[in-house]
Each structure stands twice: as C-alpha cells, then as structure tokens.
Design a binder for this molecule. Structure first.
Ligand code: NAD
Length: 393
C-alpha cells in the first residue's frame, strides 16, 4: 500500500517503514561520522528504546561503541494491513542493521512498568548476555498500571498552584492560539509522579541488582528537562517538573547503591527536541520553533543523536570524567541555555504574532522533524511506491 502521513493533533497515526529505516540510518551515519567511543559500554539495557532519546542512546552505544543492546519499548505492530507504530519500524530497522554488523541485539515489546516485562528482560540477560554496564531509562509514557497496587495512573501536563494561559501552536492549522490550563489537582500531581517519576526506574535497578545483572562499574542514566522561564509553568513548575524532581531523588539513591560497586547514576538534563513526547506538551512546539531558529542560526543545533553521542563521548566514556552541575546533574542542555541563545529566544518570542509565526520562527523545521519521527519527508525514500506495512524483527 501507499502510506501517507495522517496527522491528528500531536500524533501521526500512520508511519512509513522505509522512511523510519532511513531515519534510523541517518542516526547511524551521524554516529559513524564521529570518532568511535573509546572504552564505551559493552552491554547496555535501554528502557524506552524505540524512539527519541532512548533510540538515540541505543544507536550511539551500538554503532559508536559496538555495544550489545537490549531494548524495551511499547509499540504497535501492524495488524489487518494497518501501519505499525514508528517505534516498531525504527526498532525492526535498528535490529537488522545492528545484526548485519555482527552486534548482539534483543528487543522486548511490552509494558516496561509491568513485572512480566522486567522478568523477561532478566531471563534474557541471564541466559544470553550477563551483567550490564549501562542502563538507560528513557520512558515517556502517558499511563502506568502500578505493578504492585494494580492502580492505573495517568500523567497530565498541567501547572501546579495556579492556572496557565499562554501561546501554543495548533499544529493542524499552523497557527498560534491561546490555551488555558487549570491547575492540576493533588491526585493529578501524584499520578504524574507515579508515571514519570523515579519509582519504576528504582524498581528496575533493584530487580536487576537482585538478579546479579548489574556488573562492576555499572552506570545508569535517566533524562530530564529544565528549559527557560517561558516553559516553566507547564514544565519545571508543573506536574512533569514535580515528576522530574522525584526522578532526581531516585537518581541519588540509585547512585549511592551503584557506587558500592564502582559505578553510579545521574540525570542528564537534555535539550528540547522534537519527539512524540515533546509534541504532546502544549508549550514545547511553540518554544522549539523559536529555539531551533536561533540554534540553527548560531550553528548550535542538535537532535537526539547528537545529544546522546555527546553524552557518551564527553561525559561518560572520556578521560576527564563526568561534569555535574551544583545539583549533581549533567547539563547536555548547556548550548540551549547559553545566555546568547536564551536572550535571542526571548527577543524572538516577544516578536511572534499569528501573522508572522511561520516566517520568523523555524516552524517549518519543527513540522519537518515531526513528520520525520514517523518516517515521512526523508530524502531518498520513494513515498509514491507501494510498501508492505508488515515488518518483522
Ligand atoms: P519518546 O516519546 O520519543 O520515547 C518514549 C519511549 O518510551 C518509546 O520508546 C516508547 O515505546 C517508550 N514507552 C512508553 N511507554 C512505555 C511503556 N509502558 N513500556 C515500555 N516502553 C514505553 O520520548 P522522548 O522525548 O525521547 O523522552 C524520553 C525521556 O527524555 C523522557 O524522560 C523525557 O522527559 C526526556 N526528555 C525529553 C526531551 C524532549 O524535548 N523530547 C528533553 C529532555 C528530556
């Protein structure tokens, strides 16, 4: 069949298998154009490995350091002639390309919050790979069924304590509109912390540790975001920020535990990039359109793969060690937060109107990146040719 993008709000309900494979290849090519990782990780588990930062973490470890990778994700295979999700196609393409290089790969599709998925991963590691030296926790999930209580928690992106009114991009129509969000209830805050906070990361690390699967010197990393003041009502000071605070607390406990065997854990505060998760945040498409304009003009633009390669090459598998900020976090958002970038963002933010939005920001770049997440708009892919939506691993 011929697959075209069908965008519904902040999601595209179709995905192109060959386009997704080409998107994975672009990321592999980027990593190959950089120096190989010296003393990179050998055995890596990536939780949330099929899209965005987790996929980049997997690609950079495998193709930058020849690491064996186990990837966990929650993706939809093709059924009844319908497209699979982009993360399914990405992971199938990654597996094929990594195997061709002689690399060990294993993918586990299922709910990472559940015990059966944790047990499956532990079985695979025990039978096939042995103890890990890196665990990347990169879940961005809308919901979690708690494995102990059975309760369903749904995360929300809302301010805390006061309501928020501000600009958002209507990506269907390419216009700016105002949104109004009421403050989150106590329950919504707790639910968001349950989904996006640190409890599940700790559960993973505890279960892996008890199974003897965290090797000497094993490290673990989860990702966070801080961003500039314009995004704080919904991010840093909102429900997701509360969850990230909880994640940071978990990082400290995991760090203390891994330190006993010469390893450690930290949070990497990453740059704002276009992913399925960030597209769902009412603030970020507007901010990213402005940010990309500025960072591209200054030659500082990075996507997921550039960020993850930089994390490994300059903070983890380098000679000078890891530099942490005063709160103990790695700041991969350092270029985004440079004063000259943020001053220019603030100036452009003030100038944006509905009429000039598309002209003076990089909204075109935002849209192109968004479609690319689903395998569309990639040079060299013949979108007019029929393709089979069923792709196996
Ligand atoms: P993403 O939507 O691209 O990826 C989410 C991943 O989680 C996918 O692999 C998906 O399959 C997996 N997943 C979701 N629910 C799951 C479940 N129940 N079980 C198993 N896997 C599941 O998101 P992303 O933007 O790459 O976000 C990853 C992390 O990076 C998040 O912690 C996010 O807050 C953080 N981060 C994102 C940005 C940004 O701008 N996108 C910036 C800084 C930090």
């Amino acid at each position: 069949m011929i697959i075209k993008p069908k965008v519904r709000g902040f999601i595209c309900i179709t995905a192109h298998p060959e386009g997704c494979a080409a998107h994975v290849q672009e990321q592999i090519d980027f990593v190959r154009s950089q120096a190989p990782l010296r003393n990179g990780p050998r055995k890596v588990l990536v939780i949330g490995a099929s899209t965005g930062y987790g996929l980049a973490a997997r690609i950079a470890a495998a193709f930058g350091g020849k690491a064996a990778t186990v990837g966990v994700f929650f993706e939809r295979p093709s059924t009844n002639g319908r497209c699979a999700s982009a993360g399914w196609y990405n992971s199938a393409a990654f597996e094929k390309k990594a195997r061709r290089e002689g690399l060990y790969v294993k993918s586990i599709n299922g709910d990472a919050f559940s015990n059966p998925v944790k047990e499956r991963v532990i079985r695979v590691l025990k039978n096939e790979l042995g103890p890990l030296d890196l665990v990347i926790y990169s879940l961005a999930a809308p919901r979690r069924v708690h494995s102990e209580t059975g309760l369903l928690h749904k995360s929300v992106l809302k301010p805390i304590g006061e309501s928020f009114s501000g600009p958002t991009v209507d990506t269907d129509r390419g216009i700016i509109k105002d949104i109004h969000l009421p403050p989150a209830s106590k329950r919504e805050i707790g639910d968001t912390v349950a989904v996006m906070g640190g409890e599940d990361w700790e559960m993973w690390m505890n279960q892996l540790g008890e199974a003897g699967l965290l090797g000497e010197g094993c490290r673990s990393v989860a990702f966070s975001y801080i961003g500039p003041k314009q995004t704080w009502p919904i991010y840093k000071r909102g429900t997701i920020g509360r969850a990230k605070h909880d994640l940071a607390k978990a990082a400290q406990r995991i760090d203390a535990s891994l330190k006993t065997t010469g390893g450690g854990a930290f949070i990497s505060v990453n740059k704002a990039v276009v992913t399925q998760a960030s597209a769902a945040n009412p603030n970020l498409p507007h901010y990213i359109s402005i940010l990309y304009k500025i960072m591209k003009n200054k030659g500082l633009h990075e996507g997921c793969i550039e960020q993850l390669y930089r994390l490994y090459a300059t903070q983890m598998y380098n000679d000078s060690g890891t530099s942490l900020d005063e709160t103990g976090q790695v700041r991969l958002d350092d270029w985004e937060m440079k004063p000259e970038v943020q001053n220019a963002v603030a100036m452009l933010w003030k100038q944006v109107t509905n009429e000039n939005f598309q002209d003076i920001t990089d909204y075109a770049g935002y849209k192109a990146e968004f479609l690319k997440l689903f395998g569309f708009g990639i040079p060299g892919v013949d979108y007019g040719a029929p393709c089979d939506p069923e792709v196996d691993f």
